[in-house]
Design a protein around this ligand. Structure first.
Ligand code: PMP
Length: 364
């Protein structure tokens, strides 16, 4: 073995050596429908104004450590209950890993539970923090297997239960009463994280329930609303609990440019909300058109993407790629997702290019 091979074997964890990194497909020249981005940019006049604000930002200084102005804007604009603070992350990805880092235990193995299929970072963050991950399969219609989840909570006493609301990659909202029952069942030995990355489209939230559940964390992001490029996530919880997560947050984790851009965007939230409403309307149109294609089953979605099943997802994705349309093949991710594909809802033009390519892919 070479020096570098030995070095890696001697220093890098075996479980890290064994996995592949988070794969992001090369997208240049493609219609990019694989990552649940908002296809619309801010209007040009707002971009020009934002450019001036960014130019005025003091990049030689660290960000204001308290993030007081940005946090206040988030609390005021995004429905955080009175008396509740937020912790900011470099995307909610960072918040997920902060939750794992703060709950991992040295004296015994702690567990993260989540219904599966779910967002892959729940499992990855558990693993990186040295925690066990227990995935409880959803039912074939992607609803919660409530008895199995209650049994997993009893058996494993998980430190954390992640519930994505709506769920990625299935797109559906779980039954809110079932979720409340799970949060109650965790009691004072487990934290429920409700991940509301797609809340701008679902328009329903557990944020208002924070005062009812002291073990509830509500996590969100500005990514899907149209600001994926700035990487800003936020989470809220009972103040004493939130303060614990803040301790593992890297200093100055949200940069000055993000701070300025987020404050500006939140002052123009009406523009982003209108874009989300447009995407929701387009989702209904697209879902109906897809469902009319022979061999396509489209699942209900409250998010800005649609999960659908075709006779052969590998073949369909290869043909879509040949037509320069990038979607996410979910067929091998989970037994419940055999031959499933996830597509982001985009502009009417991109949606119709996708539809045409899909129809052609299924015809060949
Ligand atoms: N949670 C869910 C359910 C997601 O689907 C995603 C992004 N795909 C994230 C969190 C991470 O979002 P971000 O890091 O961009 O805030």
């Amino acid at each position: 073995m070479s020096f570098i091979d030995n070095l890696i074997a001697n220093t890098i964890r075996a479980d890290v050596r064994a996995i592949n990194g988070y794969v992001v497909a090369e997208a240049s020249g493609f219609i990019k429908l694989d990552a649940m981005e908002n296809p619309y940019r801010l209007p040009a006049s707002l971009r020009a104004e934002l450019g001036e604000r960014l130019a005025a930002a003091a990049l030689n200084r660290y960000p204001v450590a308290s993030y007081a102005t940005l946090k206040e804007r988030i609390r005021a604009k995004l429905g955080v209950p009175e008396g509740y603070d937020v912790v900011l992350g470099n995307g909610s990805d960072e918040l997920i890993s902060m939750v794992a880092m703060a709950t991992a235990r040295q004296d015994r193995r702690a567990v993260i539970v989540a219904p599966v299929p779910a967002f892959v970072m729940y499992q990855r963050s558990a693993q990186f923090a040295g925690m066990d991950f227990v995935g409880v399969p959803l039912l074939p219609d992607f609803t919660l297997d409530q008895p199995a989840l209650l049994a997993a909570i009893r058996e494993h006493k998980p430190a954390v239960l992640f519930l994505s609301y709506p769920n990625n990659p299935t797109g559906n909202l779980y039954d809110a009463a079932d979720m409340a029952e799970l949060i109650d069942a965790l009691g004072d030995t487990g934290i429920a994280v409700v991940d509301e990355a797609y809340e701008p489209f679902a328009r329903t939230s557990f944020m208002g329930h924070l005062p009812e559940f002291e073990n509830l964390v509500v996590m969100r992001t500005l990514s899907k609303l149209g600001l994926a490029g700035i990487r800003l996530g936020y989470m809220s919880a009972a103040p004493a609990l939130l303060a614990q997560f803040d301790k593992v947050r890297p200093p100055y984790n949200v940069n000055v440019l993000t701070q300025v851009a987020a404050e500006f965007a939140l002052d123009h939230l009406d523009v982003l909300d209108a874009q989300a409403a447009e995407i929701n309307a387009a989702r209904a149109t697209l879902a109906a058109a897809m469902a009319a294609l022979p061999g396509v089953e489209v699942f209900p979605s409250a998010a800005n993407f649609l999960l659908f099943r075709v006779p052969d997802s590998d073949a369909a994705c290869a043909k879509l790629a040949a037509d320069k349309v990038l979607v996410k093949n979910m067929g091998k991710m989970n037994a419940l997702l055999v031959n499933c594909i996830r597509v982001t809802v985009s502009t009417p033009e991109e949606n119709s290019a996708f539809l045409t390519a899909l129809a052609a892919a299924l015809n060949k």
